[in-house]
Design a protein around this ligand. Structure first.
Ligand code: MTE
Ligand code: MO
Length: 320
């Protein structure tokens, strides 16, 4: 399908979202109606309309064909207008409407706790040291919807290796920016701000754990967690914390914002698991945004080969 085509593109090529969407639309149309090439002009116009006013900076990257999926990509418009980012309100549409108020330059990340080399990284320096790669991941929200997103970024393990955690470092804790003047959702006590998330050290070092700075070939739109956010594709979406300013290495298991808010509903692990219900709903199925029929939720969101070994011997009903 579409993804197979996309991965054959030269690694050095910058592929802005318009190109993705045109290819995707073209493939869809030629399959559905057999119109072929004649239809592309019309579709190109349509695509340009949809993206009028975005115009974000493109990022140079290579495609990592090891991390891709056969599923169709979720439309750029859905990825950037249907969001969970409570710092900008609790509705799905408010982040896209209000996140432009967030000033993301300059931005730095403080790395502290049990590390040999604590540091404050300016985002630009960090990015200059990394080769950005594109990875296509599924993201499954605990609320039973999912998306497939082409992220740009680098493995979390790269950053961890730089700061050299000591033997006391058993967990990694991440915090989001706290700036209620620009994040109007933080003026209300919906969650205990700043938003906090955490991973066990071996989870954080797993090659799938990713720090994203872009999507669809461009810098992250603010509503998706600019300028840098975590993506942990085998866990429910809320583990993928946005707009990170602090990374701390700890001995104790961090208490994440959602666990603090509702410990019976949101555990520390929060691995995608169709066999463990949320106390208020089943997790067996999900709706892929843009699709009508529901699909079955996969164990570890389809990433069991990569991550099941991390939980060998653990009772996943207890450690939900
Ligand atoms: N700081 C912060 N990070 C967050 C959230 C949030 O409210 N605040 N929502 C989470 C949830 S519930 C999901 S599903 C994903 C959504 O990411 P997306 O909007 O880029 O698809 O972000 C996660 N990261
Ligand atoms: Mo979510």
């Amino acid at each position: 399908m579409f993804i197979k085509k996309a991965v054959s593109i030269k690694p050095s090529e910058i592929t802005p979202k318009e190109i993705y969407q045109q290819r995707r639309q073209f493939l869809k149309t030629s399959i559905n109606t057999g119109l072929g090439l004649a239809a592309t002009g019309l579709l190109a116009t349509h695509t340009a309309d949809v993206f009028a006013g975005y115009g974000l900076k493109t990022l140079k990257h290579v495609k990592n064909t090891k991390y891709t999926v056969d599923d169709d990509l979720t439309e750029y418009k859905d990825v950037t207008t249907y969001n969970n980012f409570y710092e900008f309100g609790t509705s799905k549409s408010s982040p896209a409407a209000t996140a432009h108020k967030l000033n993301t330059t300059p931005w730095s990340i403080k790395v502290e706790g049990h590390v040999e080399k604590p540091a404050t990284y300016h985002l630009e320096d960090l990015m200059n040291e990394q080769t950005l790669e594109e990875r296509i991941y599924r993201l499954r929200c605990v609320e039973r919807w999912s998306m497939v997103i082409p992220w740009l970024g680098f493995p979390l393990s790269e950053l961890i290796k730089k700061v050299k955690p000591t033997s006391k470092a058993k967990y990694v804790e991440f915090s989001t920016l706290y700036r209620p003047e620009e994040m109007q959702g933080q003026r209300r006590g919906v969650l205990d701000w700043p938003y906090v998330e955490g991973l066990r050290m071996d989870e954080a070092m797993n090659p799938l754990a990713f720090l994203a700075v872009g999507l669809y070939g461009e810098v992250l739109p603010n509503q998706n967690g600019a300028p840098i956010r975590l993506v942990v594709p085998w866990k429910y979406g809320f583990k993928s914390i946005k707009s990170i300013v602090t990374i701390r290495f700890t001995e104790q298991q961090p208490v994440s914002s959602w666990t603090r808010a509702a410990p019976r509903e949101y555990g520390f692990y929060s691995n995608v698991n169709p066999n463990v219900d949320h106390p208020r709903w089943s997790q067996r199925r999900e709706r892929r945004i843009g699709e009508f029929l529901k699909r079955k939720t996969l164990m570890f969101n389809g990433y069991a080969d990569e991550v099941a070994h991390l939980y060998a011997g653990m009772d996943l009903k207890k450690y939900f």
